[in-house]
Design a protein around this ligand. Sequence first.
Ligand SMILES: *Cc1c(COP(=O)(O)O)cnc(C)c1O
Length: 382
Amino acid sequence: MSATDWGNIYKELGAKPVINATGSVTMLGGSTPAPEVREAMERADSAYVPLMELEERAGEAIANMVDVPAAYITSGAGSALTLATAACMAGDDDAKIEQLPNTTGMKNEILIQARQRYWYDRCLELAGAKLVSFGTLESTSREDLEKAISPNTAAVHYYAVAQEPDPHALSLEDTIEIAHDKGVPVLVDAAGQIYPLDLFGSYVRMGADFQCTAAKYMGAPQSTGLAFGSVDMIHKLALQSFVSYEGRRIRGVGRPQKVDRQEMVGAVAAVRRWMTMNHEDRLAETELKCRNMLKPLQSIPGVTAELIDNIIGHQPYGVTLELNSAVAGLAAEDVVNRLKAGDPPIWTRIREGDTGIILHAFGLNEGEDEVVGQRIAELFNK
Ligand SMILES: *Cc1c(COP(=O)(O)O)cnc(C)c1O
């Protein structure tokens, strides 16, 4: 592909390609598969393969590389969450698997800290489970969880964000101890918790029964995700999947959440790449792109532009822009909207709960870092 072919495949359809300064977000396409991932996907076309077998072998390969007991490739981390809840409710009982999302006669409540309610918790309800919040918006105690667990509790969910630990949430250690004491499994959303490498898979190694990872964050097709867990949990999760629906003729809720064979081998290649790549180089390249975005933005009156120095998780570094609109003449929303209206459009965002704009380098092609910095500076006549 030449640079002059930028976005033409979309333009031919009448859709407008954009420069992605937001980062790895589903809405813009999530990720671009790495060259070794694309090569693996291409090789998959040479033959057909029974997907039940491929899922098992690919899961074993990934589990070995990540050092977790078992793994399974899903249709995004979102599907991993849905299948995990189905596994917690129906287990390996085929009649129950075929009964979902009707949960009559099953434990069907997923406990979640009120403080940890989040965008993707809807995925926990898709198989018929009901979310039940515990604790308050201010804090969660051990007692809150102890009191919340009932005979109807199918699992406790935990949202892990190592780069921004929440001091007022109940810790995962406490969650696992209390839940396991009552025989209740613990599910963890660790979608972006993939770096440093010892963080990758760490929640299952700590004792959680399941964790999901979004493969979109590691150079796989964004339509893939990874479920890690105990052998028993991943076995039950697999029984809910589209592969089980077709291969075992047991009609579980996972049928609409397909993964292609190309995507399965692509996900294996993406994990292999992630476990063996030079992360120092990856981080240095990302930091440089962020510094290039930052450079033209540093002496604009009313604009405070800073480098984020985080390297934990899936999206290292980044640039924050805080605006004093009285001095700068524009509010943060105006900047986001004008960048989107430009040619080519540049997509950025004000993250939920924040006041300023956050720029990330994850989705920027060669040279686009400088374009983003300059286009923003131009809005302020710089
Ligand atoms: C992206 C993301 C998901 C969903 O992952 P998909 O692979 O897009 O389904 C879930 N949880 C968190 C925290 C995420 O960042």
